[in-house]
Write a protein of this length. Sequence first.
Length: 296
Amino acid sequence: MNHLKELESESIYIIREVAAQFERPALLFSGGKDSIVLTHLALKAFYPAKLPFPLLHIDTGHNFDETLQFRDELAKRIDARLIVGYVQQSIDEGKATEEKGINASRNVLQTVTLLDTIEKHKIDAAMGGGRRDEEKARAKERFFSHRDEFGQWDPKNQRPELWNILNGKKRMGEHFRVFPISNWTEMDIWQYILMENIPLPVLYFAHQREVFFRDGVWLAKMPVIQMKPGESSEEKIIRFRTIGDITCTGATISTASTVEDIILETAASRVTERGGRFDDKRSESAMEDRKREGYF
């Protein structure tokens, strides 16, 4: 597991650089495995002290109850400050418009809430659990990813990162997104979770749930998702590879009930981790378009 120790060391270095170079950083916490691993790394980076920055979660209002419960329990256990931005508040204030129709989702609306929350709390660096192997737009990111005064990302205008020199200089109103686990793969994440015995939400492990099939993706049957005429649900043993807004989080048919099982399943899989993300199917450039507008 030497490569995991090397990745851990690199990530801890980046997290400490954030604390050194920025005045008001925050850690973007989704309740997913990547943000959980990132939080674990941050705790190691500053042990035995507490985290010197808050956890920041954008609540779409359509999150799994298990995710929110895990978030609150973790924040309490590590005695971390938790900032929550609510998409519903953005809708109520007229800053975001609720989507209508069968495929309506609040996932895109998170951008408005995130940018407002960053501005409200004067956050100058928001660390996230994005990895370059997830999606082609994420592969273009640097560790320190500059955002302009409108919170937008320009993939053609990023700063070089030579050796381990990270440039956090910015102008008034600008901020950075920082991705300390950029070089990790999905397999690295699961092997590290096993090595460090990191707790996870039960959603990641096989359980029985009522689901329905739409456009190549199994979706959980929930009140926030409107089913099409002719669609029907059925009980399946499933788990989730990624966790996000209920409306776009696809399930995987699986009996993997332990981390060891998941590692074996991941090694044999020929479907990408985000292959079950319904929001990525909106267009070929869906992720990059959202990132340009200020998405995670």
